[in-house]
Ligand binder design. Structure first.
Ligand code: GDG
Length: 448
């Protein structure tokens, strides 16, 4: 059998990369063997036309540089200011410009040309995420006959939202050049099939297939996962290394961990915590919220806005409620090492995963895996995270409703140990059964 060639916008570089794809794909490639190809993270005035090998690491990696113009138009522009907001239901943030789309197409075409010099006909190609939607189309134009699969890490928009894109039907055409389109959740499969039919003009066939010339494409859900056993072991070991002020405190800890992105619902979470404190004076000094939010996509205007808003809200809550021995909200706007995160999840009594829209959300899964099964914390999970389809034993909330979220916080803090153990055992059994290896095997088996 040929090799597995994985493509994503960025290959993992640096000592401490964060992001769901890095965690999930690294595990899959180590197990399968293959090459991970993507941009280097470096900018070069004259963009590369050949891929270069990256030394070291658990698996083979190859990369190429973008030009500053491509970074602005392909990455910050079409990927992060058009597709990302669109796919998360934020059509109000769309910034549609011709130069964004032409750069996006050009980068994908260039990558396809570089790939043609590398791939063998029996290699399987696995393309990841919204940065590379046209890649199969471009490869087919150049004569590739490989099996090519696509996995979208974000939600898929409704047919109606896709029509906000001037080239919505072209997006459907791009997808029709894959043998397999994998999505996170059943809701995304429904949206994708509907969009392919209503916007792209495809025909829905039996068995999860759609037909849009020239081929039949299978569209199915493959909910991404984590290595739950490995994460549980890491959390147990790291918990012991945390500062005594966190582990020994009799104060209850709520934790949120999210890239500082407007999709993650951090301002709504802060408002709900403010509502909780307003309602429950008896909990003052007995609970605090630790929010870890490394910056991301700096330079895109909507991200500067979300930073200002979260800083303002955390300051406001602390200004209203703090006293000389208690700071209700600790907002950390820097990345924290993965091991420390694992320990912190275990030290927390409540995990707050309340995105307004999310493909899956791996933090929900990490939080559950990290708990002490004998005295576990409680997960509060947004109904709009893809993870909610699998994790019904969490407390499911509507992140737009601060009163309901404040009630869920109270329920979680007061939940008897027996109920916490029962909910945790069910969630953990599913995470162990459907782990990241199950995810990648499932996708690759379906790809054939
Ligand atoms: C996309 C989709 C989908 C966060 N802060 C730090 C840190 N993280 C790690 C978490 C987790 C990962 O980053 C975030 O993954 P998510 O799944 O929550 O979200 P996205 O980054 O938006 O990922 C998402 C995912 O792709 C996979 O398909 O689930 O829906 O949006 O692993 O722990 N890691 C470290 N320091 C931090 O400060 N080390």
């Amino acid at each position: 059998m040929g090799r597995l060639i994985c493509l994503s916008n960025r290959i993992p570089l640096g000592p401490n990369p964060s992001g769901g794809l890095v965690v999930a794909l690294g595990d899959a490639l180590t197990e399968q063997g293959g090459i991970w190809i993507g941009t280097s993270g470096e900018l070069a005035e004259k963009p590369d036309n050949t891929l270069r090998e990256v030394e070291g690491g658990a698996f083979r990696r190859m990369c190429f540089d973008l030009s500053p113009d491509e970074q602005a138009n392909y990455y910050d522009g079409y990927a992060n200011s058009v597709l990302w907001p669109l796919f998360h239901g934020r059509t109000d943030l769309l910034d549609i410009r011709g130069e964004y789309l032409s750069s996006y197409k050009e980068v994908n075409r260039r990558l396809a040309k570089m790939l043609m010099t590398l791939i063998e006909p029996d290699d399987r190609i696995w393309v990841h995420d919204f940065h590379l939607l046209p890649l199969a189309y471009d490869l087919r134009q150049l004569g590739a006959t490989n099996r090519i699969g696509f996995f979208l890490h974000t939600p898929f928009p409704t047919a109606l939202a896709l029509q906000a894109l001037p080239n919505g039907s072209e997006v459907c055409q791009w997808l029709a050049h894959y043998e397999l389109v994998g999505l996170q959740a059943e809701r995304d499969v429904r949206n994708c099939v509907d969009a392919m039919v209503q916007v792209g003009g495809a025909t829905e066939l039996a068995g999860g297939f759609v037909h849009l010339a020239p081929r039949q494409t299978r569209i199915a859900a493959f909910p991404i996962a984590i290595d739950a056993t490995e994460f549980a072991d890491l959390a147990e070991a790291e918990f012991r290394k945390l500062p005594p002020g966190i582990v020994k405190s009799d104060r209850r800890l709520m934790i949120g961990v999210d890239r500082l992105d407007y999709t993650k619902g951090v301002p709504q979470r802060f408002r709900a915590f403010g509502e909780f404190l307003q309602r429950h004076e008896d909990w003052h000094r007995h609970v605090s919220l630790l929010q870890i939010s490394p910056p991301t996509r700096e330079g895109v205007a909507a991200y500067d806005d979300i930073r200002d808003e979260t800083e303002h809200l955390s300051g406001h809550i602390n200004g209203t409620f703090a006293d000389i021995t208690w700071v209700p909200v600790r907002f950390i706007n820097r990345p924290v090492p993965r091991e420390t995160l694992a320990g912190l999840y275990r030290a927390s009594h409540v995990g707050l995963v309340t995105p307004l829209m999310d493909g899956m959300n791996l933090v929900a899964k990490e939080f559950v895996a990290a708990q002490n099964p004998d005295d576990p914390g409680v997960l509060i999970l947004s109904q709009f995270a893809g993870a909610a389809e699998q994790m019904g034993d969490a407390l499911i909330v509507n992140p737009h409703d601060p009163e309901q979220m404040a009630t869920a916080m109270m329920t979680a803090l007061a939940m008897p140990r027996s109920e916490r153990k029962r909910r945790h055992a069910t969630l953990m059994a599913a995470l162990t059964r459907q782990d990241v290896h199950w995810w990648s095997r499932g996708f690759l088996t379906a790809l054939g």
